[in-house]
Design a protein around this ligand. Sequence first.
Ligand SMILES: Nc1ncnc2c1ncn2[C@@H]1O[C@H](COP(=O)(O)OP(=O)(O)OP(=O)(O)O)[C@@H](O)[C@H]1O
Ligand SMILES: [Mg+2]
Length: 493
Amino acid sequence: MDRNDELAVLLASRVPIIVVETRDEERLLALLVNLAGGVAAADHRPLFRWTVTDGLQRIDVELAPQLHNAPPDQVLRHIRTVDKPGIYVLLDFHPYLGDPVNIRLLKDAAVGGDDIKRTILLVSHAVTLPDELASLSARFELALPDEAERRALVQGVAQQWSQEHGQRVKADAKALAMLVENLAGLDRASIERLARHAIHCDGAISSSDLPAVMAAKYELLNQDGVLSYEYDLAGFDDIGGLASLKRWIDQRRAVLLQPDSRLDPPKGLLLLGVQGCGKSLAARATAGALSRPLLRLDFGTLYNKYHGETERNLRAALTQAELMSPCVLWIDELEKGLATGDSDSGTSRRVLGTFLTWLAEQSGTVFVVATANDIQALPPELVRKGRFDEIFFVDLPGPAARQSILAIQLRQREIDPAAIDVERLAEVTDGFSGAEIEQGVIAALYAAHARQRDLATGDLLAEYMRTRPLSVVMAEQVGALRAWAEQRCVSAD
Ligand SMILES: Nc1ncnc2c1ncn2[C@@H]1O[C@H](COP(=O)(O)OP(=O)(O)OP(=O)(O)O)[C@@H](O)[C@H]1O
Ligand SMILES: [Mg+2]
């Protein structure tokens, strides 16, 4: 059943008071006029709109407002005495719900209408109903604009802009479709505001508007803050190595961007691996490669931030991610929350259950990239086949990958890799992670700067000779991780 059909059911039922919290009065009224049906219909009931400024006005057929019914108690007294069926929409009645007389009048109007089909709708941005009325009422939530409505809203904004500026809004069909898709989950006023924003700076709707739209949308939706919006995306060119991971995503990019009913949409990846080898970077690059916003859910924070509310927060975060879809949801430190065997394992099991169910059921518009270091802490059901589309092991980079990581890190600091002997450096950095290679570049730059000369291969060499990489310091753990992964994962490289 469509959410808006629920309103028809409520109106047909005997519930005398319906509370609607919305800022979108116009849309609700339009829906009601629609539902009121043709005036000729057998079960037709007259529909009235009330505001404290205009009083009561019939709106299913257009009649002038009755200003004498403007005072809040007056309109209720009037409704109470009408002995014909009717639907009364009271807009912004909420300030008057504090008055005991009004509460009693509402109750009288609600109860007294037993054999007269009378429904009162209380419509405001927020309504706190007094206890006396709670049992007489039901709440209705207006469905958010669907794709066709969103498109119409964006087109309306574009038309308005054209009229004001005497020229047409430039929009290519693809960018328009993306914008309409990205505005899902918002109410009408927000959709119009964001569309206006996108159009107003340059009179065009283009794909370059989308990041700003998504960031603004995130701000609108982000109420409890367990999810963060990542502005800093990367591209595949920023990653050295990890060729098979890149290929995997490349092959699925088309389906992710344009779902194909013959193919199951990919839902997510799990990246396991050695610290500092580019898991987080790969998550950023996935969003960059798909040109989608990146939302990060930190499982460590999820557990620590609001004690005892982990599951609820997870649900809220997942719902928010769906509203932000299409997007990439990066779950960092997956193992932090899901650790088994601790005193909190009851919660941890439930959270894992919630997450896996959601992952299986979601339609594929949220693409998940989960990352984890500590496989010991991962519950076995998570790494079972079929949970994630693929589990990649991100190992220490091989010689070719080290060369390209070096080149990338140098280029990012505006140093031409051709001036440096990267081949030689790739040899001496055997066992280094990408992060350690990067740290070496940073330290060598400082050393060269202190000597007031350009960076030379020797500076880097000196740094790397001095470093004892994690793979040496923690050889056993890294060895165990690799042995474990060999059985269970696909190599990302
Ligand atoms: N394959 C790589 N290519 C290019 N740069 C890399 C690579 N791996 C790591 N780096 C550099 O090291 C930094 C840290 O890597 P990143 O945070 O992605 O590692 P990680 O696997 O997520 O580590 P951790 O397990 O500690 O979270 C990156 O921001 C990047 O600058
Ligand atoms: Mg990381």
